[in-house]
Design a protein around this ligand. Structure first.
Ligand code: F6R
Length: 241
């Protein structure tokens, strides 16, 4: 793991954005794995800036998002479909047909999950995966548990995650309790990974991820086994390193 620590969210956006831009320059039809939540916003703002400045062309880029709340209406303002449209896709020249996010209300959940994994495979796999990390060490919605889930699946959100995400909803009761999420196996197949963490609430998980035991109790710790991971932190998230 290569660890980089920055003073501001602006610098984090630039550091991550330039890495994504380099990938797109090198491989214009690359496959990006994308995350939602507060953490990637400086990155997405930077990608929009690079696009507006004519530096990056997303015309042939393909994307797969990590996850979506099960059962949420895709027009709901907290759906990850809306998040991606509002914060990135509507602001760059990506082809909507080249963007995939798990369907929150499939007729057959197992078939949707299998089809999602198959679509990633047939796109050639993910070249660069963007991740955030939960305060409990989750990546995507792979919550601390007794096994590392291999592939896309329906996951139960833990109380910690519902608590952390209630800031986006009217109350904790309104946070969906399940999500469709790429598995640890799907994430580990990505050829390169950037994981970003900001704020003191992530410091313990960052410490466990980077130097703790590799254990499903901290799902992000599995990234120690990946050959190409860049960790981008602010000083608060890095304070226990
Ligand atoms: C989002 C995702 C989650 C978040 C994590 C951190 O697509 O997969 O694992 O990355 O919960 O969320 P924020 O960035 O809101 O602190």
């Amino acid at each position: 793991m290569q660890i980089h620590i920055y003073d501001s969210l602006g610098q984090i956006g630039v550091a991550a954005g330039l890495r994504v831009a380099a990938m797109v320059a090198e491989k214009p039809d690359c496959v990006l794995g994308l995350a939602t939540g507060s953490t990637p916003l400086p990155l997405y703002n930077e990608l929009v800036r690079l696009y507006n400045d004519g530096i990056v062309d997303f015309g042939r880029v393909r994307t797969f998002n990590l996850d979506e709340y099960a059962g949420i209406d895709i027009s709901h303002e907290q759906s990850y479909h809306r998040f991606m449209a509002d914060n990135l896709f509507s602001k760059i020249n990506i082809n909507p047909a080249n963007t995939r996010i798990p369907n929150p209300s499939p007729q057959d959940i197992a078939a949707e999950c299998a089809e999602y994994d198959a679509a990633i495979e047939s796109a050639g796999g993910i070249d660069l995966q963007i991740l955030g990390i939960g305060g409990n060490g989750h990546i995507a919605f792979n919550e601390p548990g007794s096994v590392f889930p291999r592939s896309t699946h329906l996951a139960d959100l833990t109380e910690d995650t519902i608590e952390a995400n209630k800031r986006f909803f009217a109350s904790a009761d309104d946070v969906p309790k399940k999500a469709l999420t790429m598995g640890i196996g799907s994430i580990m197949k990505a050829r390169s990974i950037i994981i970003i963490a900001t704020g003191r609430s992530k410091a313990k998980a960052v410490k466990q991820m980077t130097s703790g035991d590799v254990t499903p109790l901290c799902p992000a710790s599995v990234l120690q086994f990946h050959p190409c991971v860049t960790v981008i932190l602010d000083r608060e998230a890095a304070e226990l390193l």
